[in-house]
Design a binder for this molecule. Structure first.
Ligand code: ATP
Ligand code: MG
Length: 441
């Protein structure tokens, strides 16, 4: 039987990426680099230090850290058993639990509080849609070992500064207080009795959570449940003096810094570890995925993860959603500028000379692309010149056999006058620097 040469066999069929996990394409790399640059400056401005944890952790880190009865742990984690030693592992779905694990393991707050930040990919098995992916990227900050409302306010100010810096439009701050465990217990009794009276209106998830974690019902995204949730008893009405004092102090500091915020009594956040202040930044510009960042205080977490009890707070933002909002707000930077110099040649000895010149330029800090023919042989100057134009380079350096015979190269202006002139090979670097400095003046 003769095989159809064009027919793809199993061995040559193309293999696609995993659904909901995206490539970062070169065309978008400049936007990400810009965002990352702004984030680095922001963390430096407030004295936050970088901490990078592994992408894989023991599953227990998230089970204990995030809480068993949460969307993430119940249905969104990529968990697997290590085939070689049977360890239960999970691709991290968020940053905080792992940061706390590392802080405890490395004794990072032994000598006092610490301000930390992180960034990187997170993994959640959700239904992919605009602004919701299975691999997405977060930037987050954590302030560990601080108890007062000052640090709650500081991390919120950082967020506001970031949105301003990025030129985001239409971002609102919503804030709430979850109080302390005893206050939540009292509220829980009222909440359960309210939902039990309306049990028929609860969806399946909520009926289950009524027994396990009724506060989580308030976090439901089911539109059919929103009316019921509106009428539920509010945790704010159950807060004692201390919790209210903390909440009011945060609001006073925000007000003094001209940060508008709206109290949203139903804001509970999707993770179990929060207490006192919780907040989210939301926008109407991104459709259903309107939360760009969220966080709050998580005083119980460090002890719960096996460390010595210490207060903490932080927030995390979704980088894809922020970039999308920058696009909607018209504040994305222009595409990254191209190289400075494009070097053309005709192969053989002219290639050798061109490569030496290109290296010399790069050593002087000049971004240089050397033409490499796709067929590994050679290409006409005409087709090379098209590539030079498309590269964004300001000047082309041309070395053909005629030039090389005279120990010369040509320098051609690609953006301005189009002027082309001969220079001695030894002088190419000097001439290129003069030209680049001249054209940037
Ligand atoms: P949502 O309510 O949209 O599911 P969340 O409460 O689960 O968000 P957090 O755990 O607070 O989200 O994560 C912080 C931020 O990370 C979110 O505000 C959002 O911007 C981003 N984020 C969360 N899940 C995803 C995802 N699957 N894809 C893209 N970004 C996400
Ligand atoms: Mg979620």
């Amino acid at each position: 039987m003769t095989e159809d040469k064009n027919k793809k066999t199993e061995k040559t069929l193309k293999i696609n990426g995993v659904r909901g996990m995206n490539d970062l394409l070169p065309a978008d790399a400049g936007q990400w680099a810009h965002l990352e640059h702004v984030l680095r400056d922001l963390t430096r401005a407030y004295g936050y230090e970088f901490l990078r944890t592994p992408i894989v952790e023991a599953t227990a880190v998230f089970q204990r850290g995030i809480g068993e009865v949460t969307d993430i742990v119940e249905k969104e984690m990529y968990s697997f058993e290590d085939r070689l030693n049977g360890e239960q592992l999970t691709l991290r779905p968020e940053g905080t639990a792992a940061i706390v694990r590392s802080v405890i393991e490395n004794n990072l707050i032994y000598e006092g509080p610490k301000r930390l930040w992180y960034t990187g990919p997170m993994f959640r098995h959700e239904r992919p849609q605009r602004g919701r992916y299975r691999q997405f990227h977060q930037f987050g900050i954590e302030a560990l070992g601080f108890a007062g409302p000052d640090i709650d306010a500081e991390i919120i100010l950082m967020g506001q500064r970031l949105w301003d810096e990025l030129g985001l439009k239409g971002v609102r701050l919503e804030i709430n207080s979850l109080g302390q465990a005893d206050e939540r217990s009292a509220h829980r009794i009222a909440l359960v009795s309210y939902f039990e009276k309306n049990a028929a209106a609860l969806d399946e998830d909520s009926q289950r959570r009524l027994q396990t974690n009724p506060l989580r019902i308030l976090d439901s995204k089911n539109p059919a449940m929103q009316g019921l949730i509106e009428g539920a008893p509010q945790l704010l009405d159950f807060l004692g003096e201390e919790s209210l004092k903390h909440f009011n102090a945060v609001q006073t500091l925000l007000k003094a810094n001209n940060i508008p915020c709206k109290i949203n009594p139903r804001l509970v956040r999707g993770l179990d570890y929060y207490n006192l202040t919780v907040f989210e930044w939301v926008t109407d510009e991104l459709g259903a995925q309107g939360t760009i960042a969220g966080g709050g205080r998580y005083d119980p977490l460090i002890e719960r993860m096996g460390g010595k009890a210490a207060p903490a707070c932080g927030w995390a933002m979704g980088m894809e959603r922020v970039l999308e909002l920058m696009k909607v707000s018209g504040s994305l930077p222009d595409a990254a500028p191209g190289c400075d110099i494009f070097v053309l040649h005709q192969g053989g000895e002219t290639l050798t000379a061109a490569m030496i010149i290109a290296e010399r330029l790069r050593s002087a800090g000049i971004d240089t692309i050397l033409f490499c023919p796709p067929d590994g042989q050679s290409a006409s100057f005409k087709s090379q010149m098209k590539k030079a134009d498309a590269s964004g380079a300001a000047y082309a350096v041309i070395i053909g056999p005629d030039e090389l015979a005279k120990n010369e190269a040509q320098i051609k202006d690609l953006r301005g006058t189009g002027e082309q002139r001969s220079v001695a090979l030894e002088e190419v670097l000097e001439q290129v620097i003069d030209a680049l400095v001249g054209s940037s003046e």
